[in-house]
Unconditional design. Structure first.
Length: 262
């Protein structure tokens, strides 16, 4: 069979035309995809570059009710008498800071650092002190009724004369903490570490919860614990009481009382 040159030319021309059409179609498809994806890609980059929304903390703000000092450094400052009612103080560092007489009512201090700071005489009713680190913090005379110190580090903290009615110290570390003359009606110490803590001269007119508390050499001389709940004989056997200490019904005075001076 003889193939004429004209036939070849027609065939090649058709192939070239078909290829050009396919290229044109592909370019059109690419432009369409680009037009569709461009807004989405742009929006993605904008979202990544934008600052986080919903966190209004400003560490330079002055002390004021409702202030937001989340994650702020407030070390070694004189903030005595400040009004921080309802303030957001989560994870704020108050190391060595003076907060004496401050208004911390309903403030949120969860995970705040109060190492060697002073909150003496402050009003902190309903405040959240959960998970704070407050080694040797001075809470003397503080009014912290119905406040929460759950899971807090409070070794050697001073709560002498504090008003702690209905306050929770559940699972708190309270080694050598001082509660001299504190009001503890309805206070909860369940599963707290109370080793060598001092409860002498405390007062409470209702139940106080010691369920599961570790009470190695806890000072309870002269304390009336007749209405305390959660106390077991093995806990009492580790404590330091005396002949004037009153225990709940069913518990007996340990033979090791009174303890030697510490």
């Amino acid at each position: 069979m003889t193939i004429l040159k004209t036939d070849l030319d027609h065939g090649c021309g058709a192939m070239r035309q078909s290829t050009a059409l396919r290229r044109k179609a592909l370019k059109g498809t690419a432009r369409t995809v680009k037009n569709l994806l461009a807004p989405a890609i742009t929006a993605c980059f904008v979202a990544l570059a934008a600052p986080a929304v919903g966190h209004a903390a400003n560490c330079k703000d002055s002390a004021a009710p409702g202030a937001d000092w989340t994650d702020c450094n407030k070390k070694a400052l004189m903030l005595g008498g400040s009004d921080l009612q309802g303030a957001n103080l989560v994870n704020t560092d108050f190391t060595l800071t003076d907060l004496r007489g401050a208004n911390l009512t309903d403030a949120n201090l969860e995970k705040a650092t109060l190492v060697r700071s002073s909150v003496a005489g402050a009003t902190a009713n309903g405040a959240n002190f959960a998970k704070i680190e407050a080694y040797r913090c001075n809470f003397a005379g503080v009014s912290a009724e119905k406040a929460s110190f759950v899971n807090s580090e409070l070794q050697r903290a001073n709560f002498s004369g504090a008003q702690l009615t209905g306050t929770s110290f559940e699972k708190a570390e309270l080694g050598r903490a001082n509660f001299d003359k504190a009001e503890l009606t309805g206070t909860r110490f369940s599963h707290a570490n109370l080793s060598r803590a001092d409860f002498t001269n405390t007062s409470f007119t209702g139940p106080i919860d010691f369920n599961g508390a570790f009470m190695f050499l806890t000072r309870i001389e002269g304390v009336n614990l007749s209405e305390a709940t959660g106390l077991e004989q093995e806990q009492v056997d580790m404590t330091c009481g005396d002949s004037s200490t009153k225990l709940p019904a069913g518990l007996s005075t340990p033979t090791g009382w009174p303890c030697a001076s510490d």
